[in-house]
Ligand binder design. Sequence first.
Ligand SMILES: C[S@@+](CC[C@H](N)C(=O)[O-])C[C@H]1O[C@@H](n2cnc3c(N)ncnc32)[C@H](O)[C@@H]1O
Length: 349
Amino acid sequence: MRDILLDLLVAPGDHGALTLESGRRADGEIVEGMLTAADGHRYPIVDGIPRFVRTDDAGQIQTADSFGFKWGKVDSYDDGPMAVTSRAWQIERYGFESAADVRNAFAAHGLVLDAGCGSGFSSSLWLDDEWTGEWVGADISGAIDVARSRIGHIRGTHFVQADVLDLPFADGSFGAVFTEGVLHHTPSTERAFHAVARLLRPGGELFAYIYRKKAPVREFTDDYVRSLVAPLSPDEAWEALRPLTRLGQALAELNVEIDVPEDVPLLGISAGRQDVQRLIYWNFAKLFWNPAWSFEENLHINFDWYHPTYAHRHTEEEIRGWCVAAGLEVLRLHDQEPAAYTLHARRRA
Ligand SMILES: C[S@@+](CC[C@H](N)C(=O)[O-])C[C@H]1O[C@@H](n2cnc3c(N)ncnc32)[C@H](O)[C@@H]1O
């Protein structure tokens, strides 16, 4: 942990000052120590990362453990076809031209928070050696250690283990907040939304990816399968989702399209020509399969969907309402995919 991060940190909750005790330094960083709040609460610095998580919410703890496990399986997502697809997909959703364009847009904000950064996967799609800003990654799970080992060599990167609902930063601290696929994994997406919106300076920008509600039978199946998978240990769940992934593969390999002759409002299905695997995927059960990816990359996506206890889905009206309540102006709300909304908003001056 570098001094620049120490200067930013305040106590979660009352946002009072923190005092560093017995910090041990190496290579210009504080690697071990203790941060003490005025109320006596103590937050350890372990392996160069300050640790602030205090939640006792069982669903949140399971969700954090699930992501800690998944992001630890670095071979199932790093540097392969999944990273290539994800980079193009994110650039398009947020309305940028290229990864350099994303990097420069964030750098122009100076200080950026990646709220729920996981292992830094999404940020690492644009964060490179030409980064000139300061990037702070915060995650509730052990994935934060993976993030530090993956991207900690890049100048201007900082890491905090913390809960987005209880972050150790004062209001208005950041020029931009990037929160890709995170807020819906907390006990309350709405509370998490407001918890990150308050961190923006006037004129600061929010970039968020938030799950949207799906067709009714798909919603039902999602909840049903999650109720069976979430109680399993991460290892058991990873194995339990292999047959489901293979079914997605078999359907995709059919490579068959059908004509849905007319809209089916009762099932939320639209008329038109559709690939059979995609028709089942969007309307009946998430059986993810991308033929360009390895089996483990595809399994990673199905695990990401079904294992975490919290994975709330929302409507456009809800998201627009949260923006109004938080004093954010919507600059772009990408709705071109049925999985989620991608929001770019600015805090009013
Ligand atoms: C789908 S992953 C996305 C990670 C990263 N944003 C990315 O796109 O690569 C969701 C992340 O949210 C984190 N998360 C869930 N609840 C959180 C909370 N209350 N506070 C901070 N992080 C949280 C999980 O630990 C996980 O790493």
